[in-house]
Structure formats: C-alpha cells, structure tokens
Design a protein. Structure first.
Length: 385
C-alpha cells in the first residue's frame, strides 16, 4: 500500500514520464494506468485490494436446497454430506442437488462441521471374515458399558449381519451374563432365522481366551444349534471393524447423553436400530439402506435341540460336572467346564492319538501318554486328578 501511494504522489508531481515511472516501480503501464483511474475515482480507498470473487455464480446452489441440507443435518446430527445428499435424492425426490463436496462446504459454512485434531494414521487391517451373502456371518458384541442417570450400569448387546450391516437387536442389559444373552439370541433367531457362523471377540460370555477352543456355555449352545462360533484374534478388534464402526454410531446417537433408566435407554437403542437399518445410507452397500439388502435366513430356530449321534468307530465319553472325562478305570482327562453334562466323541488317528469332537466341532487332539487334550492354539487342560 505504501508503494502504491508513493507511485501516485510521483505521478501527481509530473517530474517523470509515465513509462519511466512504471519502470522505476517495476510494474507495467497497464497496471499503472489502472491504479491512476482507481485513485481518481475513489481516492486512497481505490488502492485497496479488491475482491476477486465473481459478481454472479451461475451454478450457485439454490437457497431452498441449502436449507434442506441444513434441516436434514439438524435432524440427523451424525450424518455426513454424502448420506444427506443420498437421502434427499432417494427419499425426498430432489433432483437439482449439488456435489457431495459442495454439500460438505455448505455444512462447514453453516457451522455444522468442526475441524478435528490430526491423528496418527494407522494402516488398516481387513476383516478376517468377508461374507458374500446375507446370513453367512453374523457378528455380536457388547458395546462398552456406561451408567444411566439413575446410577445403574447398562450393557448394550448388539447383533448384526456382517454382509448387509443389518442390526437385529441392540439390547440394554444390567449384566452380561450368558443366560440373558441366550434369551436375547433366542428372540432374534426366532424372528430372523440363524446364521452359519457367529463372529465375536474373546470376552465373556462369547469366548474365553484360556479355555479349550475358547469355549463358553454360550458358545456350546451355538454349536448345538449348528452355528459355528468364530473369534477375532485377542487384542485385534479391527478384525471385526464393521461391528466396531456401528458401535461408534450407537455411542453418538443413543448414549450421549444416557437416559434416566434402563427402560428409557432401551427406547433410545430401539430408535438407533430403526435409524441405522431404515434411514442411514451405507457406503459399503452403495448408499443403500441395510433393510433393503437384508433377507431373512432360511435356517429356522429349532425349539428343541436334537440329539447327536457319533459314528460307530468313535469312542463316546460323558463330560462330568468337573469338566473332565474318564479314561480307563481311574484316570481323568480335563476337557472344559463349558461342556459339563455333554457327550464328546473321540476318533483314533494314530498310536495313542485321538481327535476329540463335540458334535461337528473339532476340539483338538488327545494324547493318551500324557492324558492331555490340546487345540490348534495350544490351549490344553492337564489332568490334575
């Protein structure tokens, strides 16, 4: 600005030719004449920098469209620009919509998006189970417990289909016991059928990291129903990233703030399930809702568990209440307390080496010489009797 004023003062003095004056200041004659015209029209204010923004934007987003984007964000506070545009196009029938990047700028300009702190990037790990159809793999987990406003803890159990991302149930519980979990799974199985596999972490009541094949009483019940329990590696929740991502949305929608008691908290969980299944578009489903993709399983829930017959060449043993089977007259072989009062089958595969089964599930190998059963992960139960 000081150089502009000095240029104008030298020009007004008349001591220099215009060309030599422009050369001394290192500008073109075109720019020099432009500064002189602005000064004559507006005095020193004409020398201030001018906005380069166009006077008219021909492809500017319509005001009613911008208001619709903001109104939808007010209703669904955790929906991003891509999901808002998808809902306006599919559910509201709006055609003249801006690009997702433009909708993101609209939300940012209206104060709906706050900048996040930069975090260290972590190389993502793909899930170890990648189903190709509905009901091949379901996932289940407990979202981290929290206190309701009356001081009691709430443990939300979530069950979802890994392919369609359809959430079957988000059930608030006072404790994560296997009995209440069994009741919740029974309700879901009766309504939606059963999957081939159920993917969980290693936490109780789904699995036990120190048990043979990670078996628990709930896992044994799944096996009896013909469902194969599969587990993430210990300390790797990213292997069930679909479910963990859903928990992030549940946390934002249904637990901030928590409700007063378990009953009112359950209403918030039910509202989240409806939102996640029927309203929220999903990127992995090409912006479709999970409810439009999911189909009911053809495997119906059996009200009575059928008996299991092992082949004739198997040796069948009864697991006593101490979690062990008798081998010989006085020898005990530890199996698992999760299998108490169940029957296991042993198939001889070598000299003194037996493969142990519970129904269709292979538990590991039994060595007669050391009287120990060991699974693929190296877990075993020594005979202590």
């Amino acid at each position: 600005m000081d150089q502009k004023i000095e240029f104008i003062n030298e020009w007004k003095s008349g001591n220099f030719t215009f060309q030599s004056l422009c050369e001394a200041f290192g500008i073109s004659r075109t720019l020099g004449y432009k500064l002189c015209r602005r000064y004559e029209a507006e005095q020193e204010n004409g020398l201030l920098p001018k906005s380069r923004a166009p006077h008219r934007v021909h492809n500017k987003t319509l005001t009613e469209v911008e208001m619709a984007i903001c109104d939808l964000r007010l209703e669904y506070k955790r929906f991003g620009a891509d999901k808002i545009i998808s809902i306006l196009r599919d559910d509201y029938g709006m055609k003249e919509l801006p690009a997702v990047s433009t909708a993101h700028l609209i939300l940012k300009r209206n104060g709906f998006i706050k900048p996040r702190k930069r975090i260290r990037r972590i190389i993502p790990i793909k899930p170890i189970f990648d189903p190709e159809a509905c009901n091949e793999v379901w996932s289940a987990d407990f979202k981290g417990h929290f206190r309701t406003r009356n001081g009691l803890y709430c443990y939300p159990l979530t069950i979802a289909d890994s392919y369609s991302r359809f959430v079957f149930r988000a059930k608030g519980m006072l404790s994560p016991s296997w009995e209440v979990c069994q009741t919740a799974f029974t309700e879901v199985f009766r309504e939606w059928g059963m999957p081939l596999q159920l993917h969980t972490d290693n936490g109780i009541p789904f699995g036990c990291a120190t048990s043979l094949c990670r078996l628990t009483q709930l896992a044994v019940w799944f096996i009896e129903l013909g469902i194969e329990p599969v587990y993430s590696d210990p300390g790797h929740p990213e292997q069930n990233g679909r479910h963990e991502r859903m928990h992030l949305e549940l946390k934002g929608e249904a637990t901030r703030p928590p409700a007063y008691d378990l009953r009112s908290q359950q209403r918030k969980l039910n509202d989240f399930v409806h939102l996640y299944n029927h309203i929220r578009p999903h990127d992995a489903l090409k912006k479709q809702k999970p409810a439009r993709v999911h189909v009911r399983s053809e495997r119906s829930f059996p009200e009575r568990i059928r008996e299991w017959d092992y082949p004739k060449e198997f040796k069948e043993r009864y697991v006593c209440r101490n979690g062990a089977i008798r081998w010989g007259h006085a020898n005990w072989v530890g199996v698992s307390t999760a299998l108490k009062e169940k029957r296991v089958g042993l198939e001889e595969v070598g000299d003194g080496i037996w493969r142990v089964y519970f129904r269709q599930k292979s538990l590991g190998y039994f060595d007669e010489r050391v009287r120990r059963i060991q699974d693929k992960q190296g877990r075993s139960v020594w005979n202590r009797v």
